[in-house]
Design a protein. Structure first.
Length: 287
């Protein structure tokens, strides 16, 4: 396998598919979906842990990445759309939250379909739209479940690290290494689900694992580098009160670039294995 040839094709496809534009569009939808996504994720994780502890843990991680101001901005976004305690109002709020969160997945599906060269058929009808929304809802719940698993693993690793620190301080680095490995595994699974399930293309799991792993690797390394840059730069100072929102947008835009680049690699690698793209039954090829 000639990786230089693959990387060149990825770069060519990246430009041809206008990934920068796709990333900007996804960032726009994400800003409006981020609060519903986080609220639903916190609610699912809150089935096991205290929701307040889950939110504090999540905001602390966001603060480490973005800084205190963006984390506070996200906290305010969450607090303004929390569901009501009244039963009927709560049900309506939950439905609105689900539709709001599904907007992100709709934009993501459009971007991935563009990369794979497929589009939904115009005659797919009402049930096709319902199917897409149901898939989006399922993925929203999946994000919440992954957050729950992440919190459980983080709790276990914290306990292990504390025990290692008492027994042998030098072994603490082992706990840190396990945390990175398990985090990478979780992110890889998430990207594999995105690449396999969301686009209107018939793919097998073995077609997406390598692309998902490389995407997770780029995402993890980039998260550390971008987090360091955002926490020490004065990028937001020139934007005044909206500076925190700008930092969030920069992070989302970077993440979208990584995701779509990983999708481009997955498609190129798929073609390198002499496979043919087959659209789902409710979609058609456009290129």
């Amino acid at each position: 396998m000639d990786f230089r040839k693959i990387l060149k094709k990825v770069w060519d496809n990246w430009n041809e598919d206008k990934v920068a534009t796709l990333s900007a569009a996804l960032s726009y939808y994400t800003i409006f979906s981020i609060a519903p996504l986080l609220i639903i994720s916190i609610a699912i994780a809150g089935l096991v842990f205290d929701p307040r502890i889950v939110q504090q843990n999540l905001l602390a991680q966001l603060g480490e990445t973005f800084g205190d101001a963006p984390a506070e901005q996200i906290r305010l976004m969450i607090s303004t759309v929390k569901p009501s305690t009244h039963l009927i109002a709560k049900l309506v709020s939950i439905i609105i939250l689900l539709f709001g969160a599904s907007g992100f997945f709709g934009a993501l599906q459009t971007g991935l379909n563009n990369i794979w060269g497929v589009t939904p058929r115009a005659d797919r009808g009402f049930w096709g739209l319902v199917s897409d929304r149901f898939l989006s809802f399922t993925l929203v719940l999946g994000v919440g479940f992954l957050l729950l698993v992440s919190l459980i693993i983080s709790l276990l690793l914290s306990m292990i690290s504390a025990g290692l620190l008492q027994l042998l301080p030098q072994l603490v680095i082992l706990g840190y290494g396990l945390n990175i490995i398990i985090s990478m595994a979780g992110i890889t699974i998430l990207f594999a689900m995105i690449f396999k399930i969301i686009p209107d293309v018939l793919l097998q799991w073995r077609d997406v694992w390598l692309g998902a792993f490389l995407t997770a690797l780029m995402f993890t390394i980039g998260k550390l580098l971008l987090g360091l840059y955002l926490s020490h730069s004065n990028l937001a100072e020139g934007f005044g009160a909206s500076g925190a929102l700008i930092l969030i947008l920069v992070w989302i835009y970077y993440s979208a670039q990584i995701l779509f680049t990983g999708a481009e690699f997955t498609k190129v690698y798929f073609h390198e294995k002499n496979k043919t793209i087959h659209p789902a039954k409710h979609a058609r090829l456009v290129k």
